[in-house]
Design a protein around this ligand. Structure first.
Ligand code: ZN
Length: 656
């Protein structure tokens, strides 16, 4: 492990707090040190308050901030003297501690200080860094972990036995640290939890962390527990339907729809294919910090009912603590390890499922290295349970409030790169859905950079490309609940006597045939949707009121309309709703350039503004108007409606 400190970068950070941010981000950049909100850092500063009195403050990472992206605003300033006084108490209940931390923070609007703030306060050093380094966990999480840590670090670190994070841990450290620390002490190892380093400058504290973790890595190398055997090369089996079926049963156990992220790379398949996977994975997570996200025990295989039954038993065995928990039992797994599927992260959102999968990718390293050291050993189940159902952490996870209407659900939108399709993607994302956008234009892949969006270049007239896109959808999010059929073409105006057969066929291929294939191929997935599948067809005003010169377009949209009506009839018993929208005169799409618009307006003897509003309501219809209604049709408001056709056209005299 190497230091990422860079003099030029560091020079851009003036002052201790700015440098505290800089080295915190250096830690955050290395995923083998901290993951997703894990780890924390601090700096002790003397500042003059408004009364002119000098005060010692602990600037400690606030909750909700990631080390990788933290800014000065992400550190909460807490009165140091008060924190040190708290450490002297015999006991302090969690909610009281949280209240004390909040009420002794000196900046209004600062984030809640880390629950490890008191621990940072009692360490007699200006800068303190804390990580859950994989290499350190691989050593501590073994039968003789403590002896190995002493062997690896000598008197460089103070060693503290496992105690749940919070006040009791801070108090234990306050007692043990001064007794054990000597002139060579540069850090502290918390068994089964992680490691601290400290120093007088940001650089010193950070580089001590790097050197300590490097020492752990060297130790693993010496013990032949660093390089893991290469997994056997195995092609990832296609498993879209199996994933969707699994997602349905996990969603049923959870009581809400979940998103699943599949990782079927050689490493994950190798781990999941181990004969002893149920045993080693069943021993528990690498550090308690992970058990909140992944739960203490992963599901091995695909029997959700058996897992739920075992989980209920585990929960009951933790009585009487379990009874006191405010968090209700949720017997669904957050992580699946399966021979064929590989590693599958499960979450309420795409981000959650990706976080779970990433955490476990590191857990696999820790487990296999600890196995090579003589045997992976996690904490006793009771300790893990205490953290998994820790009220403070659960409250943090719940803080988002009521989940959005389409949370945990997956949508696929065609023609997603522009116009109505692009607006549909935005409307569905805003309602909490994970969205796959298909478009001919490969630029769709970069349309959104977020965990809940996947953009795929796809020609919808290619059955092969559609099948591949559906496969990718299931791998990325676990299944499919909503389908928005939007892609379509509108060739230039042409009367029937001049309409070439080729053009007619091309319009039919895109506007009708492709949608038949997509409906057919998506049906098994929509049928497995936890809340029932939904299809929204973007039709056209031309269905009820065709226009001259648009024979191919009007006929194709009418055929698609009949297809949607038949789908509504056939699929009602599968719980799938199929509804259509008929937009008209939506001018903010790729079809309508300024020039075309001006030409059409002139043709009718109107100004562009008049032309845009030439409908009964004299209003302009935008892509967003259409998309909001399409997304709403996927939500609870339309839960009792199928086979409907709703105009979005500002009112059209020929339709009314
Ligand atoms: Zn920690």
């Amino acid at each position: 492990m190497k230091s990422l400190w860079n003099d030029t970068e560091a020079a851009a950070h003036a002052g201790d707090l700015a440098l505290r941010c800089y080295t915190s981000r250096l830690l955050g950049r290395d995923r083998s040190l901290v993951l997703h909100g894990g780890g924390n850092t601090s700096v002790k500063l003397v500042e003059r308050n408004v009364l002119g009195v000098e005060e010692e403050l602990l600037y400690v990472k606030g909750s909700g901030w990631d080390l990788e992206t933290i800014e000065e605003a992400g550190f909460a300033p807490v009165r140091l003297a008060h924190l040190r006084a708290l450490a002297g108490l015999a006991s302090l209940a969690d909610p009281v501690m949280v209240s004390e931390l909040a009420t002794n923070t000196t900046r209004a609007g600062a984030p809640a200080p880390s629950v490890e703030a008191i621990l940072h306060a009692i360490l007699p050093h200006k800068f303190v860094d804390h990580t859950h380094a994989d290499a350190v966990l691989a050593i501590t999480n073994t039968r003789d972990g403590e002896a190995r840590i002493r062997e690896a670090f000598g008197d460089l670190v103070v060693v503290i036995p496992y105690v749940m994070p919070g006040f009791d841990l801070a108090r234990l450290c306050a007692e043990r640290f001064p007794a054990q620390a000597g002139p060579s002490t540069i850090g502290m190892v918390l068994l089964n939890h992680g490691i601290f380093s400290f120093g007088e400058t940001a650089r010193q504290s950070y580089e001590r962390m790097v050197s300590l973790v490097d020492r752990a890595e060297q130790y693993l190398r010496r013990e032949r527990a660093w390089d893991l055997p290469a997994p056997p090369a195995r092609e990832a089996p296609r498993a879209a339907r199996e994933l969707a079926a699994l997602r349905r049963s996990i969603s049923a156990a959870a009581g809400f729809p979940v998103v699943m992220a599949r990782h079927a790379d050689a490493r994950s398949l190798g781990f999941c294919g181990r004969a002893d996977v149920a045993d080693i994975a069943g021993r528990g997570p690498a550090t308690p910090d992970h058990s909140i996200r992944t739960k203490c025990v992963p599901m091995v295989g695909r029997d959700t009912d058996a897992y739920a039954a075992a989980y209920r038993k585990y929960f009951a065995a933790m009585e009487p603590q379990a009874k006191e928990r405010k968090t209700p039992l949720d017997p669904a797994p957050r992580l699946v390890l399966d021979r064929e599927l590989g590693l599958v992260g499960v979450g309420r959102t795409a981000r959650d499922s990706a976080i779970v999968a990433e955490i476990y990718a590191h857990t696999m390293d820790v487990i296999e290295r600890a196995e090579a050291l003589g045997g992976y050993r996690a904490l006793p189940q009771k300790d893990l349970f205490d953290v998994e159902y820790w009220d403070l952490e659960q409250a943090k996870l719940r803080k988002g409030g009521k989940p959005p209407a389409l949370a945990g659900e997956v949508a696929l939108v065609t023609g997603a790169g522009s116009g109505i399709g692009k607006a549909c993607v935005a409307a569905l994302l805003a309602r909490g859905a994970a969205v796959v956008g298909l478009d001919l234009n490969p630029g769709v892949a970069a349309m959104h950079d977020r965990a809940d969006f996947l953009g795929l270049a796809c020609d919808v007239t290619s059955g092969e490309q559609l099948a591949a896109a559906i496969e990718r959808t299931a791998d990325a999010f676990g299944g499919l609940d909503m389908l928005v059929l939007n892609a379509g073409i509108f060739p230039g105006g042409r009367r029937i006597e001049a309409l070439p057969t080729d053009e007619w066929l091309r319009v039919m291929r895109v506007n009708v045939d492709a949608n038949l294939v997509l409906l057919r191929e998506c049906h098994p997935f929509l049928k497995l949707s936890p809340r029932g599948g939904r299809v929204v067809v973007i039709g056209s005003k031309n269905v009820p009121a065709p226009g001259p010169g648009a024979a191919a377009y009007s006929a194709s949209k009418a055929a698609l309309n009949q297809l949607a009506r038949v789908a509504a009839l056939e699929w009602g018993s599968d719980g799938i709703r199929v509804n259509s929208l008929h937009p008209n005169a939506v001018f903010d799409t790729g079809l309508w350039t300024e020039e075309v618009l001006a030409a059409r307006a002139a043709h009718y003897g109107k100004s562009v503004e008049e032309y845009k509003r030439s409908n009964v309501l004299r209003t302009e219809v935008t892509s967003r108007d259409v998309a909001e209604l399409a997304a709403e049709m996927c939500g609870p408001l339309f839960s009792k409606t199928t086979g409907a056709q709703v105009p979005v056209d500002g009112g059209n005299e020929r339709v009314i």
